[in-house]
Design a protein. Structure first.
Ligand SMILES: NC(=O)c1ccc[n+]([C@@H]2O[C@H](COP(=O)([O-])OP(=O)(O)OC[C@H]3O[C@@H](n4cnc5c(N)ncnc54)[C@H](OP(=O)(O)O)[C@@H]3O)[C@@H](O)[C@H]2O)c1
Length: 297
């Protein structure tokens, strides 16, 4: 590792799989003073372009050529290639003893990198809790984003330092909890899109043009997010279920049967979970909750 001053030591880095996330991490770390020794992708032409983008000293489509003699190796390929790419590098003795090998998948734990451990390297995962469409967007968004880490204890000081130098907010998680954590991230991002699609479809069924519906509901959505931020859950819950308004919920169900029947299962399911929140907020009685649950079954 390259010594800076005092106790500060900056590790050398190589990036295998230098697409959106790999290139962004490479760019931010390079700007923070990390030497980017090499990058590898699946083809020589993309490897060269990625190398130029992050200012790497070397590039290759044979990952082990850029990982030997390097302190930190990021494997930022698509998730379903991480294990095989790691195994291939290990087969070519591409990891130094005590090198820290990191992947950035939210769904997988560091155990997917076990071939690297067999040669004496250390395994970790570092997941930026964000969605990135482009390298430039990722370079802007990683600083200030939560970065969830787990892995071998000896690797953690280096991984924590990297999160700090990326400008990320550190969040440590148990290895065995990674899948549940990822399910939460899917709910926060993907299922939120599904929920908004549900809102827009009901708006359309009510006669609102779809492009106007999002604009119309936007202040309500943002107001609700602000309430959750300010007051937490269940206190931020408002509306007919929180008030125990059985008649209103009943008329919703009747109207949807006539005008938007395919969304009834989703409305009912969300409604049942909302009854639990209203109970937790203590704005409805157990008896009222049971009437609502029967209606929403
Ligand atoms: N994008 C996000 O929003 C986001 C957010 C958080 C975490 N992540 C995680 O970050 C990781 C990378 O995702 P990404 O979105 O950056 O993917 P990406 O943009 O598709 O980039 C994948 C990279 O892997 C390279 N690659 C493919 N096969 C390879 C191989 N056999 N050997 C070496 N390199 C290979 C590709 O090179 P070629 O161009 O030559 O194929 C490309 O450079 C994933 O684990 C993902 O879960 C992504």
């Amino acid at each position: 590792m390259q010594a800076l001053s005092g106790n500060d030591v900056i590790p050398s880095v190589s990036i295998v799989g230098c697409g959106t996330v790999g290139a962004a991490l490479g760019k931010i770390l390079s700007d923070a003073g990390y030497p980017i020794k090499g990058v590898a992708t699946s083809r020589p032409e993309t490897a060269r372009a990625a190398g130029e983008k992050v200012g790497a000293h070397a590039y290759s489509d044979r990952p082990w050529e850029v990982t030997r003699g390097v302190d930190v190796v990021f494997i930022t390929t698509p998730d379903d290639l991480i294990a095989s790419v790691c195994a291939e590098i290990a087969r070519h003795q591409g990891f130094d003893k005590n090198a820290v090998v990191i992947h950035c998948s939210g769904a997988l734990s560091s155990d997917i990198l076990s071939p690297a451990r067999r040669g004496g390297a250390l395994a970790a995962s570092l997941h930026p809790l964000q969605s990135f469409a482009t390298v430039n967007q990722a370079v802007r968004l990683v600083p200030g984003s939560f970065c969830t880490i787990e892995g071998d204890a000896e690797a953690m000081p280096v991984v924590r330092q990297i999160v700090h130098d990326l400008g990320g907010i550190l969040l440590e998680i148990g290895k065995d909890k990674k899948t549940l954590y990822h399910a939460a991230a899917v709910a926060a991002s993907n299922y939120l899109v599904t929920l908004l699609d549900f809102v827009l479809n009901l708006g359309e069924a009510a006669g609102m043009p779809r492009d106007m519906a999002f604009k119309a509901f936007h202040p309500l959505i943002m107001g609700t997010l602000n309430n959750v931020d300010a007051r937490g859950i269940p206190d931020a819950l408002t509306g007919p279920i929180a008030r125990g308004d059985v008649e209103t919920v009943s008329t919703h169900l009747k109207a949807m049967e006539e005008g938007a029947a395919s969304f009834l299962p989703l409305y009912r399911c969300l409604g049942r979970f909302t009854v639990d929140l209203a109970l937790a907020k203590k704005t409805i009685t157990r008896e009222r909750a049971d009437i609502l649950l029967k209606l929403l079954r």
